[in-house]
Design a protein around this ligand. Sequence first.
Ligand SMILES: O=C(O)C1=C[C@@H](OP(=O)(O)O)[C@@H](O)[C@H](O)C1
Ligand SMILES: C=C(OP(=O)(O)O)C(=O)O
Length: 432
Amino acid sequence: MSIDTLYLPFARSCRGRVTLPGSKSIANRALLLAALAHGETRLENMLLSEDTQRMREALELLGVSIQVIEEATSVRVQGNAGLFQKAQPETLFLGNAGTAMRPLAAILAGSTGDFTLTGEPRMYERPIGPQINALRQMGAAVEYLGDAGFPPLRIQGKPLTGGYIELDGSLSSQYVSAILMLLPLLTHDSELRLTGDIVSAPYINLTIAMMRSFGVEVSTQAVGHYSVRGGQQYQSPGVYWIEGDASSASYFLAAAAIGGGPVTVEGVGSASLQGDKAFAEVLAAMGADVTYHERSITVQAGMDLVGGDFDLNAIPDAAMTIATTVLFANGSTRIRNIYNWRLKETDRLHAMATELRKTGATVEEGEDFICITPPSELKHAQIATYDDHRMAMCFSLLTFAPCGVTIEDPECCRKTFPHYFALFQSLLKNAT
Ligand SMILES: O=C(O)C1=C[C@@H](OP(=O)(O)O)[C@@H](O)[C@H](O)C1
Ligand SMILES: C=C(OP(=O)(O)O)C(=O)O
């Protein structure tokens, strides 16, 4: 079997401006909320990638009209004015898109119809049990078609009333976002209490902020305790602008910190709803020169980068970029509180440790942390990417190593950023 690879030769420096593609997290929430809303919504700066394609196709099968307009940068969604009703059984293929599987599992449990939710093999290894337990507390009929606690799922959707629900929020915030998006559409008021240590918390705030933009209120009573009034309706905001993707921004900002910059990413800034905008603060703590504008961020090299001890639970996706950035920093770095890296596109803690070692780095892989000490000279490495877009994108920073880097299966970045490598390379100045 031949493996497609991309060789990135040594790059001396990088500089420029990047207009970011739309945020995957916001795009998939916006598609779903627009589909549930009253009225037509025009979503601007739409991300066209594998994960949003999975959500779009699923919504279309559910009867929603989604029209791509203006050279594919905007879509027009005709709202369904509430939960879905399907007379025929439907099978929805959701690939490996957590932002499609988790929210749709909740919304369809309260819709009317017989739904089967399938995906790629890796999706069947990503737990969803805590969310299904929460739905079952409301009387939802969800059956595991494979291993208990994992997709594929058969959902016999029916009207649910809501009420008091407990949900274990220690593995994924996506379960919380999914349940929150369902609750206002139920007949009764609900109270949602999270148990366990809450992970990836900014994504929950993102969900609540977006629900508000679509006319629905969630009250946060205390950390992990929400009240939601039943009988609410999502309303189209008319036009909704999808911010640039803050996780995608991390590769360009890190490249600036390592390769000199300045690099400006446009589409995400201090006003962003996305937790991953805090990635640049970590770069600043490492010595980079960071300027936040309302809708853009600029980074250039400041002092020599230094490693540190970082709890990056709040920014699990951008945190992977720190793991490769620190190969260019002085001293060791510990990234803590990242157990759920193991539950994503691949076991990212193990994959990251394995591939970092190929560069000559000394790496300790803990159950929920990784400790990285760069070598005195980085070696050329051929990086396996495990069908994980972020493995491919964050190892592209090794282009600043003396012998460059080879990335296997670079096209796996189509999950969230199909044109990543062309854009990344356009900022680089090579040695020759
Ligand atoms: O809600 C979201 O849009 C996301 C939440 C995070 O997942 P977890 O909550 O599982 O950490 C993140 O890793 C994922 O890429 C997108
Ligand atoms: C974890 C990720 O994706 P998903 O939405 O499938 O969880 C990711 O994009 O890094």
